[in-house]
Structure formats: structure tokens, C-alpha cells
Design a protein around this ligand. Sequence first.
Ligand code: ZN
Length: 602
Amino acid sequence: MPLIPDETIERVKTATDIVEIISEHVQMRQAGRNWLGLCPFHNEKSPSFNVNPELQIYHCFGCGVGGDVVKFLQEIDKVSFVEAVTFLAERAGIPVTRPGGSSTEDERNDQLFQANELAAKFFHHMLRQPAGADALRYLHKRGLTDETIDEFRIGYALPGWTSFLEMAGRRGFAPPVLEQAGLAATKGRGHYDRFRDRVIFPITNLSSRPIGFGARALRPDDKPKYLNSPETPIYHKSGVLYGLSRARDSIRRSGTAIVVEGYMDVVSLAQGGVDNVVASSGTALTGPHARLLARYSERVVLLFDGDAAGGTAAERGVEVLLGTEMDTRIVTLPTGQDPDSFVHRDQGANDLQQLIDKAPPALDVYLDRMAAGIDLNSVTGRARAIERLLPLISECKEEVRRSLMLRRAAQRLDVDETALRADLAAAQSRPAPARREPEATPDSPPPPAREPAMVNKLERQFAGLLLQYPRLLAATARRLDLDVFTDHEVRRLLDYLVSAYPDGRLDLTALLNSVDEDLSRLVTVCAMETFDADYVDEIWEDHVLRLQRESLTRQIDEAKRAIRRVNETVGPGEELDRLRTRQNELMAARMALEARRGGAGS
Ligand SMILES: [Zn+2]
């Protein structure tokens, strides 16, 4: 494992607030001492994702993920430990000397991130060079200011076939790496630049790091008009929305996400003061996109050009969103207008805001459009409309909402609601057709991991207490035999804690990095237990006594079983006497304990 000095990691972590970092990805509210939100790693409706600001760790009770801020970044951005620490260090202004890499998957991803960052810098730089004059003129003509261009890091790719390859080669990036990063392509013998003579829009992940590019042709006869990075190990189109890293705060604040179709629309609207806007990049809107948006707001407004609203991509987007629980609205601009041109008019941003506030429900617009294209007066027409509608409605998982959709559809199509309901039931009982989109994109979260088998709540609480108040470790080692713990993992954890931190100076980061996956999961889940800080010693004492009592009860039960067994097989004798003595001793011990516990409690 490549090494960053421990003291640097320590400094970076001290300078970083996990709540702040995670808030950039997850909408959270304070719940007691912890922060609570919807888990970004699995699909859920009620929040089970917890962040503990005191211990600077997170844990999801739904899928079992957990760790510190570095682990969070590793998971959400799919980067290595070193890359995550480096990112946090840069953010905090702490210098890090990067170690040399090995050849793991993480290291490869790091390289791809670096190649994309280099490309973003290169393209942006070239825009202001003589070669980029046409591109810059084009952007100015579209009404973009230099500030906007810089903010979105818009750039220009040179027309030559190897300009970027050569520059990147001098910085140590081999052509195959650039190809994997989506920046180079191959033909016959050699590699060449994927993007040539185009205006470049960097596409970033939620940590604002470039992971791909959208490239617009400068000349009308250059095809295609838009060229995008291919899917790469770090760029999964169905999981990325252009502009989201920048827009998400504003989406959260305004309670609305505006979805447009192009990069230029996002940039122009942002310049016009409409910040809560994103676009899908290089693909139609997908289910994962919708789930991504749902993390930040419950209301989505699709903003369409006057001409594009009938496009299949637009329709797909509507269909995807109708199947979610989001309040989906549609704004269709007047014919001939696109968001870019609309916002540039006088009062454009104002007018747009009004349209957005009054946007009609997507289902109504969808039904209207359908009604316009199909003759609803004919029986076959209505049948066709229903055929198209039913899968959409059945996709909707919420009963109330599905009912509402049925009613509106029945009204609009002028069919009997009960009949429509029956059709839906029939459609649902048929075997499901192949899904319209692959659910398992490389970006989807892993299947929920099993929580470690922790039947014993008491033991888990106790481990949590020790993790949060490690000064109690020494006393615990003196008072408790580890055999009192029935949970194998808890026992393993406490065994480790007692031997690794005899002086009670526990460092959670170091701990998480030095134990295996099972234990680290257990650490984060236990650490989410909360205790009243004023009564820590009393709570500890009470737990110790209860653990001892439970252990004694188990031993007594065991002794009873043994007595019965010996009685039935061997009969009276030395062994039976020995077992009875043992049982009596245990019961006496339990009584003494109970007396003590009663005393402690009063
Ligand atoms: Zn989760």
C-alpha cells in the first residue's frame, strides 16, 4: 500500500469536517447527536444513513456501509485511499507528497482522474491561445462571459491528431492510459486524439473533478454535432448529470431541479442566475439519474425546447420520471426558443422562473401529447394509448400515486376508470417484459451487505461505549472476561481494542485502517450508538453488570442441561454432585451480582 505519512493523514483529517463533506453528497438533518439522511450507496425511502460528527464517521443501517471521511470519498468517487487523502489535503491547503503507485484498480482509476484533469487544464488553456480564437469567439457570440467560461472550465481541443497525446506523453501518460480515460482512440497502428477542433465542456463528478467531456463541433459540417467521452471506469453516463456538483446546493435550497438537454443550456441558465439546473450527458435521462436527483429534491422540472419536446429522448425522460415518486413537471418553451436563447432575452430569467413555478404536471403534458398524436375517438386509438400508458403506470410503485395517475389517464382518454384499472391488473399479472434499461449499471450500489450477525444489542452497545470512551478500556480488561461476549465479532473487536490501545488512546482512523472489513463495519455500526455523556461511568458499570449477569445465566442454563443429561444417563454419582455444586456457585454469583446491581441502580 502506498504511504502518506501518518501525521499528514492526521492533519488532513483534523482539518476536515465529515459532515461538511458528506453534506455535499447527501441531504441531511440533525437527529440527536448524529446527522441523518438517505443513503447514497443504496436505494431507500426512509433515511438510515448516519453521520456521527464527534467521531467523524458514517454508517448506513440499511446496507451496512460505514467508515471515516476518507472511506466515504473512496466509495462515492471510486478512488484510492491516496487519492481521497490527496483531495482532502488540497481542499484544506495541506501539502502532500504523492508516493509512487502500484497497479491496482484504484491506482488505475487515479491515473484516469489525473489524465482527465490534465486534459481539462490543457483544453481550457488552449481556448485563450491563438489557435482557440474561433472557439472563444463562438462562445462569446453565444453570450457567455469570460467568468462563466472559466467557472465551467470550457475549453478547446486543437485540430491536430496528436496535440493532446504528445503533451500528455511528455507528462508520463502512455497512449493506452489515455485511451482508457476516453481521451484517445485507436485506428490501425496508432492512437489519436478523440477530441479535435471542438469546444469542450468538462463533465465532473460530485467532487467537481473532471471524469469526461462533451465536445461540440465548431463548424456546421462537422459530424457529429456533439461528441462525448465513452464510458470509462470512472465515467458512467447513467450516473452522471452535467452541472450537478455545482447545482446541487441550489437544487436543495430551491426544492426544484431543472433538467435541460444540453451543456450550453446549463451554462447559459447558470449565467442568467438560474443555478438549479443540470443536463444528462451523452444519454437520455435514466432511472439512476432520477434517483440521483431525488437525493437533493423531490420536484423536477423538465425544460424543453419548443421543437424538441416531441423527441424520443425527451419522452424517455418523462417516462422515467413518471415512474418515480418525484413531483415531475414540464415546461415547454415557445417554438423556436431554447433555454439558452430564452434566458438571454430581456427579463428572460424572470420569465423563465415564472414558467417553472407554474409548470404543469408531467403526466398531463404527456397525456395531452399522446392525445394529439392518437385518435382517441376510435376504439383502436384508445387501445393504443392505453397500451402505451399501462407500463408507465404500473412502473409507479406508490399506490396513491398510481391511483391518481389512473384517474387522470381515464379522464383524459375518456375511458372508464374501472375498466382501465382492470386492464392494469391484467397487464401486471402478465410476466414482466424486459426492462427498458439495465438496472445494474456499473454505478449502481452494490447489493446491500449483510450486517454482521449481531443478535446481541447489549454487546453492540457496550462496544460502542468503549469506542467512544476508550479510557474505559483498561477498566474493562480488568473487570470482564472476554468470554462474556457471545458475539464472535464483538469479542474479536474488544480483544483487539484492549491489546492495541492499553493506554486508552484510541485513534478511530488508525483503527479503521488496521482492521479487516468485517471489523471496520462493526466499528462504524457500534460507534453510532449514543450515550448520555454525563452518565458514562454509570452506563459502563450497568453494562458490565448486565453482561456478567447474562453470562452467568447462560452458564447456569448450561449446567442445568448437563445435570439433566447426567441424571438420565449415568445417574447419581460424583459427576452429578460436581455439576450441582457448580450450579449453586453460579447461582450464588448471580445473586451477589444482582444485589450489587440493585445497589448501583438505587
Ligand atoms: Zn445504505
